[in-house]
Structures are given as C-alpha cells and as structure tokens.
Design a binder for this molecule. Structure first.
Ligand code: NAI
Ligand code: MG
Length: 326
C-alpha cells in the first residue's frame, strides 16, 4: 500500500521525522512516498498544494500529513474537500502518565469537514467582507450518521450535538434537525444537544459529561483545540479525516512557528495520528503496540518540555522506537 507523506511546514517536518523513526520499527508492507505542500511549497512552486502532491494523495491508500503554516486553508482544508474526507475524527483521550486537567477523560469529537464557513466563500465588497456559511442537509446527515455509527462501533453511550440554532436559525437549524432525526435510528445511544457557547463552559468545568461530540466545521475546529487542552495539550492530540474513498491523517496542531526549529515539539500527536492510520488500514495490533510503547515511555517520565520533560523531539521518538524493539 502506498502512503503519501506530507511533512509540510514548521514542526510538521520535525514531528513527521519522529513518526517515521517509529514507523520504521514495524514490519509493514507500506511504501512511504514524500511530497511537498505548504508555505515553502508556495514559495518554491507558486502553489501551496502542487498538482503532483494532490494527484499523489488521490492515488494513495492514505495520506499522512504534518502541518502547514499560513497556507493551511489552501493545503489541508482544500485537501479535505478535494478528497471528500467528510468526517474529522478527533479523540481527546488522557494518556497514561500525562499530568492533565482531566485524568481518564476519553471523548471523541466528530467534526463536519467539507462545508460551513471553511468552504472558503469569502468576498470583499467596498469596505466590507462577506463570508458564506454553507450547511447542507446531505453533509449534516452523513456526519451525524458517522458520529452515531462511531459511537455504536466503539461502545460509546452518548452523542452530543453542538450548534447555535437559536441565532443561526437556518444553517444551525438544519444541522440540529438532522441530528435529532438521525438520533432516532440509534435508540440504544443517548442523544442530547447544547449551544456551542454553553458547551465550552461544560467542557472546561466537567468534560466527563461528554462522550461523542458531533458539530459543524468551524465549531469543531475550535472545540477540538479546547478538548486537547483538557488532556495535556496539542502535543498529544491526533486526528483522522475519513471519507468514502480517501483518508487523511494529521495531528490537530499546526506548524507551531513559536517552537519550530528548536527540536522540542512533542511528536506524540503525530505518532498517535500514525496509529489512527495503521488502524484504518487494518494494522490494529501494530497500532496498539505503538500506543502502548508511547504511553510506557511517557509513564516512565521520559517526555518533551510541553509535558514537563527534557527530551528533544528525536530523543523521545528514539525512546519509543527502543521500546518497540524490546
Ligand atoms: P499551532 O497548533 O501550530 O500551535 C498552538 C500552540 O500549541 C503553540 O503554542 C505551539 O507551540 C503549541 N504546540 C502545537 N503543537 C505542539 C507540539 N507538537 N508540541 C508542543 N507544543 C505544540 O497553532 P498556531 O500557533 O495558531 O498556528 C501556527 C501556524 O500553523 C499558523 O501558520 C497556522 O495557520 C498553522 N496551522 C496549521 C494547521 C494545519 O496545518 N492543520 C492547524 C492549525 C494551525
Ligand atoms: Mg485547528
């Protein structure tokens, strides 16, 4: 199977190197092909997402993506839409050994990935700017169904829809109504809903009341960084973009220019992202093995600075790789 690997910009490259170091320890019939995209690609080729990269993504079994910088909208947001990976699955799970606000927390955010304000329909008019928020019944239905099916598959008990239908009566209205209807098909799974603003407070004060969250594109983007903060930060937050034909795997974080080049980025998010890819491709045992090696390494006190440790990105990855060899 061919994997299109796009390290991208900033710490994207650093955490991708680290993840490859770990993946190389596994005996899998995967072929990793490296492609460019992002701010640097824009400078070099005049295109943030070169045609060659897009074509490679189309013919690969999966895409493994690091991060883009200021061109993120033209690279990863576009890739998700081009490959119609409509479901962005973002688990926020407290890892063994990580000191965090909410030990034991294990929630999954399912974010609609193809429309909403991130469709990119923005215009300037005189001294104003206009953005169009597109919410369709079709996309709402498939993301709601995806969330309930994920809940059923993973033995989860509850799906919570987040929206703001009291203000955005039409767009959020469609999303809310569709979620309510789809919920009726999944009688064994509890369904509830909150307005997005109240949900942010509940998440900070008592996130244990959540299990699976389903929401629209931009709310999902915001809430997934918030949720990462509950369990130890962006350094450990993975994600998967799943469609009918394609899948793109990327950490929740971006290029983190504030720490790029220092070699201190936590590659855990990227490695867990690679685990989500392995699981998707059917390598469940290997994914579990890597997750265990990661958690054992962190539990032994070996971590990067974001988690209070002293290890560099590469040193941490080498520790994980060493555990895989043992
Ligand atoms: P960011 O996610 O890159 O960083 C936010 C904060 O989290 C920073 O303080 C950073 O140091 C920290 N952080 C992130 N990943 C970390 C890791 N692995 N280990 C330790 N600390 C980590 O978001 P920010 O700073 O808002 O954006 C930076 C650039 O990344 C921008 O150019 C933005 O457009 C781009 N971006 C790209 C994304 C993508 O490609 N998917 C997503 C988000 C931002
Ligand atoms: Mg984001």
């Amino acid at each position: 199977m061919r994997i299109a690997v796009i390290p991208g910009d900033g710490i994207g490259k650093e955490v991708m190197d680290a993840a490859m170091l770990v993946l190389e320890e596994l005996d899998l019939n995967l072929e990793y092909e490296f492609y460019e995209a992002g701010d640097e690609a824009l400078k070099k080729y005049g295109k943030a997402l070169p045609d060659e990269t897009l074509e490679a993504c189309r013919r690969s079994s999966a895409v493994l993506f690091g991060a883009a910088g200021e061109t993120a909208a033209d690279v990863i947001v576009r890739l998700r839409q081009e490959l119609d990976t409509y479901a962005n699955v973002r688990p926020a799970r407290a890892l063994n050994g990580v000191k965090c606000l909410y030990p034991g927390l294990d929630i999954v955010i399912v974010r609609e990935n193809t429309e909403c304000l991130y469709k990119g329909f923005e215009f300037e008019l005189d001294n104003s700017a206009i953005a169009l928020r597109i919410i369709t019944k079709r996309a709402s239905e498939r993301i709601a169904r995806f969330a309930f099916e994920l809940a059923r598959r993973e033995g989860r008990k509850k799906v919570t829809a987040l929206h703001k239908a009291n203000v955005m009566k039409k767009t959020c209205g469609i999303f809310r109504d569709v979620c309510r209807n789809v919920a009726k098909e999944f009688k064994e799974i509890e369904f509830n809903e909150y307005y997005i603003d109240a949900a942010c407070m509940y998440l900070v004060m008592n996130p244990y009341r959540f299990d699976v969250i389903v929401t629209t594109n931009m709310f999902g983007d915001i809430v997934s960084d918030l949720a990462a903060g509950l369990v130890g930060g962006l350094g450990i937050a993975p994600s998967a973009n799943i469609g009918e034909k394609h899948a793109i795997f990327e950490p929740v974080h971006g290029a983190a220019f504030d720490i790029a080049g220092k070699g201190i980025a936590n590659p855990t998010a990227m490695i867990l992202t690679a685990c989500m890819m392995l699981q998707h491709l059917g390598f469940t045992k290997e994914a579990e093995k890597v997750r265990k090696a990661l958690e054992d390494t962190i539990s032994s006190g070996k971590t990067t600075p974001d988690l209070g440790g002293k290890l560099k990105t590469k040193e941490f990855a080498e520790e994980v790789a060493k555990r895989l060899r043992e």
